[in-house]
Design a protein around this ligand. Structure first.
Ligand code: DP6
Length: 318
C-alpha cells in the first residue's frame, strides 16, 4: 500500500477566475498567494485492485475522519488520478481511499489538500515502480494544479505564490500565523468553486480585477517585508470582499455569506476597531478564516470568548 498526506491552504490573494478556452486546465486569470494550513490535512492511500477500473472509497483509519464525495467530486478525483497515471506511464487498476483529519461537512473545502495528497501518493506509486526519477516540488505542484488549481499551493509550507511562472514558496522570513476557522455553514455549497471561476467572468466588476490583484499583491509583499501588520490585514480584508462582490454581481448572482457570516464580521470589526487586526478572509463559502500574528494571543482568546456560540476549528501551536 502506498500513501501520502498533504495540508490545506488558505488564499490571502485569491485564485478566482480562469479562462475556459485555454486547453491546459486551471490556468488562473491572476496570481494568488496562500498560507499553508498544516493542521487541516488529507491522506490518500493507493492499493492494487483486480477490478476493471479505478475506484474510490472513504478511508477508515484511526485518527482520520471519513470523507464525503459527491458523484461529481469522485469523478474529478479519479480523472486526476488517471491523468497522473498516464503522465508517469502507470498501468493497471487501483483502489483509492481518502480521508481528512477534519470533519466532513464542516464547510471546509478539502479539494486543495486531497488533490495535493493524491498527486503525492501517485508520485510515490510511480517511484515504487521505477517509473520516475525525483521530481521537484514546483513540477509536482504544476501536476496537482491540473486536478484542482489551489492544490498546487499545498505542496509548499508557509507562504506560496502561484503566478504565471508557476508555484513557489515565498516569504520564509515572513511571520508565522495561527489559524482559526469559524464554521458558519456545514452544508454542501450550491455553487462549486469550479463553477464560480467561470461565472465571475460575467460580473460587471470583473473589469479591472487583474490590476486590483496586482496592486494588492505588491502591497501585501511590502507589508510583510516591513512587518506592517495593519497594512497586511487591510489588503487581505479588501481582497476577500472583492471576490465576494464578484459573486454577488455575476449573472446570475450567487451568495455564500449568510446571516451569521455578517454577524461575525461585524463582531470582529467592533472588537478589533481599536486594535491591530489579524488577517480575516473567506473562501467560496460562508465560513470565516482568521489568521493571527505572534503577539495577538490575547486578542485570539478574547475573540474565542465573543464567538463562543459558534464552532471554531483552531490550530494549536506548540
Ligand atoms: C475561492 O482550486 O477549488 O478557494 O481549480 O476548479 O478545482 P478548481 O478550483 P479551486 O478554487 C479555489 C478558489 C478559492 C480561492 C483560492 O483558493 O485561491
Amino acid at each position: 500500500m502506498i500513501f501520502a498526506e498533504a495540508p490545506s491552504n488558505i488564499a490571502l490573494i485569491k485564485y478566482m477566475g480562469k479562462n475556459p478556452e485555454v486547453s491546459d486546465t486551471n490556468r488562473p486569470t491572476n496570481a494568488s498567494l496562500s498560507y499553508t494550513l498544516d493542521h487541516l490535512r488529507s491522506r490518500v492511500e493507493i492499493q492494487n485492485s483486480s477490478a476493471e477500473s479505478d475506484s474510490w472509497q472513504a478511508l477508515q483509519s484511526p485518527g482520520w475522519l471519513p470523507i464525503e464525495l459527491s458523484e461529481k467530486g469522485r469523478e474529478k478525483f479519479l480523472k486526476h488520478f488517471q491523468f497522473l497515471k498516464k503522465h508517469w506511464g502507470i498501468h493497471g487498476c487501483f483502489q483509492l481511499s481518502s480521508a481528512n483529519n477534519f470533519p466532513a461537512g464542516a464547510g471546509i473545502a478539502s479539494s486543495a489538500s486531497s488533490f495535493a495528497a493524491l498527486t503525492l501518493a501517485t508520485y510515490e506509486l510511480a517511484k515504487s515502480l521505477n517509473l520516475t526519477a525525483d521530481v521537484s516540488r514546483s513540477e509536482l505542484a504544476d501536476l496537482s494544479r491540473r486536478g484542482s488549481g489551489s492544490s498546487g499551493r499545498s505542496l509548499f509550507s508557509g507562504y506560496c505564490l502561484w503566478d504565471a511562472e508557476g508555484f513557489q514558496q515565498v516569504g520564509q522570513e515572513w511571520p508565522q500565523l495561527m489559524h482559526d476557522l469559524i464554521v458558519l455553514d456545514e452544508e454542501h455549497k450550491s455553487v462549486s468553486s469550479s463553477e464560480a471561476h467561470l461565472r465571475i467572468l460575467t460580473s460587471s466588476q470583473f473589469a479591472g480585477r487583474i490590476d486590483r490583484v496586482d496592486a494588492r499583491l505588491k502591497k501585501l509583499f511590502e507589508a510583510f517585508n516591513q512587518a506592517d501588520i495593519s497594512s497586511g490585514a487591510q489588503v487581505v480584508w479588501d481582497e476577500f470582499w472583492d471576490m465576494h462582490t464578484l459573486f454577488h454581481t455575476s449573472q446570475p448572482p450567487f451568495f455564500y455569506m449568510n446571516e451569521n457570516t455578517m454577524k461575525v464580521l461585524r463582531l470582529i470589526q467592533i472588537e478589533c476597531s481599536q486594535l491591530t487586526w489579524p488577517l480575516v478572509t473567506m473562501d467560496a463559502g460562508a465560513n470565516i478564516h482568521i489568521l493571527y500574528f505572534k503577539g495577538q494571543e490575547n486578542l485570539r482568546k478574547h475573540l474565542h470568548k465573543c464567538l463562543s456560540e459558534f464552532k471554531i476549528i483552531s490550530e494549536v501551536i506548540s
